[in-house]
Design a protein around this ligand. Sequence first.
Ligand SMILES: Nc1ncnc2c1ncn2[C@@H]1O[C@H](COP(=O)(O)OP(=O)(O)OP(=O)(O)O)[C@@H](O)[C@H]1O
Ligand SMILES: [Mg+2]
Length: 506
Amino acid sequence: MVRARYPLLYLVSWEEQRLDAVLADLAKGHGKELLHWSVTQGLRRVESARGPGSEGPRDPVEALQAIGKLTDPSLVVLKDFHPFLSDPAVVRSLRELAHALKSTYTTVILLSPTLTIPPELEKEISVLDVPLPTSRELLDLLREIVTVVRKNNRAQVNLSRDEAEQMIKAALGLTLAEAENAFAKAIAHNGRLDGDDIQLVLDEKRQVIRKSGLLEYYPTDEKLQNVGGLENLKAWLTRRSAAFGEAARKFGIPEPKGLLLLGVQGCGKSLTAKAIAATWRLPLLRLDMGRIFSGLVGSSEENLRRAIRVAEGVAPAVLWIDEIEKALSGVASSGQSDGGVTARVFGTLLTWLQEKTAPVFVVATANRIDLLPPELLRKGRFDEIFFIDLPAAAERQEIFGIHVARRGRKPEAYDLARLARASEGFSGAEIEQAVVAALYLAFGEEKELGQAHLEQALRESVPLAATMREDIARLREWSRTRTRPASTLPSEEVPKAIAARFGPSA
Ligand SMILES: Nc1ncnc2c1ncn2[C@@H]1O[C@H](COP(=O)(O)OP(=O)(O)OP(=O)(O)O)[C@@H](O)[C@H]1O
Ligand SMILES: [Mg+2]
């Protein structure tokens, strides 16, 4: 963009120091003078062959005018200029400057941690999100630290090549300064840097990511075997498990984009998201769409961009967007209801889903189709849209087996097929609850968990499907033409099964 003479660029990043170095290289590489402006230091020429420059204006409008008069090809970095963009005089000056610069070799770069662009400047400014450091950059940092530590004899470094690689991987997603802190902490902790410190760096990253308030680092060891049924979905995932590797790229397979899991509540959508990450041994990041819109931490759009940047920094990773419809329900009326915020956030998300190149596998889940914007379902956003229905009898049997085993009991000790027949209309979550309820029953009687306890628990619980028969029927009807069934088995008709047990008005 500098070469193409874009007059105004906006870089969104917290990492001023890192970018100072990058931009200095850039200026040098293009034979441009480098100038910095900040409200405390004014406009200054960063030292050049001609010696240190003199102080220029601190006032933003005056500074912009001074930039307009520069005669040499220059790269001007405005640091934390964003607060001044609420001043009409500044906005106007910047706009005039943009026009004036078009015929020159000077580029102005706004560098701020947050993105605020007044509408007058939207067409003049090009925004670039600065990606977080690559493993290459982190490796350079680690090398630098190790060299210094060794030279001063301050600590012992005992890292194999493999461990160093894992340590770098653990730091991916941090800024350079955060990574430096994490490494320093790991050294200070016991005066050594070795393989045991990888976990420390990882913990530090969890902290940092949690602090951002948008993403949650979700440790998980769910296995795909712990998900009952859903054979189509599992087969799909197994086929794709190798698709993240270098070999798959060479073979011409594109990076997997992600999945949209639609379906009935409590049937294993969230469970599957966790199992995917654990099975593929990728970090699982949960994106809280509610937080994106909360307004507690910056503007909604910028929040999403920041979350995306972190996810891409951590990549390869699984990004789990739970209950995506809740956040996007107002897209259509966004223009009237919230000044278009929801629509813009949705647009940002769609564009990213469509164009992302980083290996971030998105797993979005939803259980209300009427709230989903249709654009989300178009080809190219996800690799596949799966519909997760209530489990069929054979699947319920499997789910009973899983949860009985989870509670330390032998599945063979029970007539699972009978339980499956007695639990028509139950979701996986409800089957789990029934197993827990049965444990209480047995415990209260001071007996070991028996078949009778499980059957009693089932008799005493009313599945949600009983009150949601119509919703489920509608969901099924809708999904038939738009999604792929996650299960190989057809589910029973809820209305019939439930009606038999709970009466027609249940
Ligand atoms: N297919 C399944 N196999 C085994 N356990 C299941 C299955 N489905 C649900 N469960 C159990 O129920 C719990 C809740 O399920 P989960 O959170 O995955 O449901 P969900 O589809 O995400 O529901 P919601 O729409 O309410 O978010 C799981 O943690 C798991 O213990
Ligand atoms: Mg869920």
